[in-house]
Design a protein around this ligand. Structure first.
Ligand code: FES
Length: 103
């Protein structure tokens, strides 16, 4: 698709050895897709917001039903007007704009 993919891993097994947020600070990019632990997603989302770059994050939650019935994967989200509500990772995600997730 003509995109350059840059990868960072904590253990250095693939790509940059170190924290993803640190890597982003020193690497030019247009768009960020991230998956992993919430502290990392929080750091990456904060950095992208500071740099005015779009960021999409994939959330991981325990899922029992997978259809939005059990509420086991509920996460706090926010609308563009700042109002918060709960959505479901299984039904509404798992990929969300970092702007709409309360981390
Ligand atoms: S897994 Fe049951 S609501 Fe998402």
């Amino acid at each position: 698709m003509g995109s350059t993919v840059k990868i960072a891993t904590d253990d250095g097994s693939v790509g940059h050895h170190g924290f993803a947020a640190d890597f982003l600070e020193e690497t030019p990019f247009d768009l960020c897709y991230a998956c992993g632990p919430k502290p990392m997603l929080k750091a990456v989302s904060k950095l992208c917001k500071q740099m005015n770059k779009p960021c999409w994050i994939s959330l991981e939650e325990r899922m029992a039903c997978g259809i939005g019935a059990c509420l086991g994967c509920a996460v706090e989200l926010k609308r563009s007007n700042g109002e918060s509500y709960y959505g479901h990772v299984c039904k509404d995600g798992p990929v969300f704009s970092s702007e709409e997730v309360v981390l």
